[in-house]
Each structure stands twice: as C-alpha cells, then as structure tokens.
Design a protein around this ligand. Structure first.
Ligand code: SF4
Length: 163
C-alpha cells in the first residue's frame, strides 16, 4: 500500500508556530488513517525549531528561490532561519525516500509546507502565489504535493499511482 506524507499540524498535532494545529477531518483522512497509510512530518519541528516559535516567512522569493540560494527565510524580527528550513525539507524528503512516498498533503500558506500560496515575506498577512521550502524540494524530486484543500485530488492521484 502506498503511503502519503502529511503535515503533522493537519493531523491535529500542536506543532504550529503558535502552538496550535489545523486538524483536518473527513472521510478521506479517516480512511487513510484507518489504513495506516499516513506518514506525519513537521519539517520545522523535525529541524529543531521550538513550539511555540516566532512566525517565519520567505523574504523576497519562494521555496524554490530558497533552495537555489536566492532567498532566505526570516523570523519576525529579521533573524535568518534558512538553515533550519532547508534541514526540515531534507528530513521530509528522506521520509519520502524511506517509504517510497509519491503523494504529499501539506498545509497551505506555510513557508515550509505551502504548495500554492505563502505569505509575502513582509509579515503583513498578505498571501501571494508561491511554494514553501519543503514543498518545493519534494516537488523537485517528483513527489506530487497537494494542500489540505485538494484532498480529493490527492486521493485520486494516489489511486492513479496504484494505491
Ligand atoms: Fe509544521 Fe508544516 Fe504544519 Fe508548519 S505547516 S506546523 S512546518 S507541518
């Protein structure tokens, strides 16, 4: 059975920067969990970041730019935390390799996990098109990355890979 990588916060784990979660509910998640299909990861916490922690955003770029050394992730206040975000992305990729994972469902808007939208880097609350660092690395390595708003698509993609 194919495994799926999921952001820990979507599974109710209180790993977000503010100590909260974004617990998802519904038939698809319940089914995946009952099948033992889900592998959970929080790239930021796996990389050693604390709970809670300061919010972080990608400054002047997106996750691909960070992977290319062209942009940094900064905490509110300006401390550069790029290294931890790169480490977290590598840990997520290692899990995909270990479990031969081809599908990931990651939390939208996060500087690690966002797959279509992230915050604009100015801590203004504005969201822009873009991808987080872990999502970008996974996509670059062939993993299909979906957000929590695309669960049905993720499920279809899973079935298309042979389930
Ligand atoms: Fe961790 Fe990703 Fe959730 Fe942020 S969005 S708390 S990095 S799992």
């Amino acid at each position: 059975m194919k495994k799926v990588l999921m952001s820990s916060c979507l599974l109710g784990e209180k790993v977000r920067y503010d100590g909260g979660s974004l617990a998802l509910t519904g038939q698809i998640i319940d089914h995946w969990l009952s099948e033992g299909r889900v592998v959970s990861v929080c790239p930021e916490v796996e990389a050693g970041m604390s709970i809670p922690r300061l919010p972080a955003e990608i400054y002047k770029g997106n996750g691909d730019d960070v992977l290319n050394g062209k942009a940094n992730v900064i905490e509110q206040g300006g401390i550069v935390v790029t290294r931890a975000f790169l480490d977290g992305a590598s840990i997520a990729l290692d899990l995909c390799s270990k479990f031969k994972i081809e599908i990931a469902v990651l939390a939208e808007f996060s500087p690690s996990c966002g797959s279509s939208f992230i915050y604009d880097g100015g801590f203004s609350g504005r969201k822009v098109s873009g991808i987080g660092v872990a999502a970008a690395l996974l996509r670059r390595c062939g993993v299909q990355v979906f957000s929590q708003h695309e669960l049905a698509d993720a499920n279809k993609a899973m079935q298309a890979t042979g389930g």
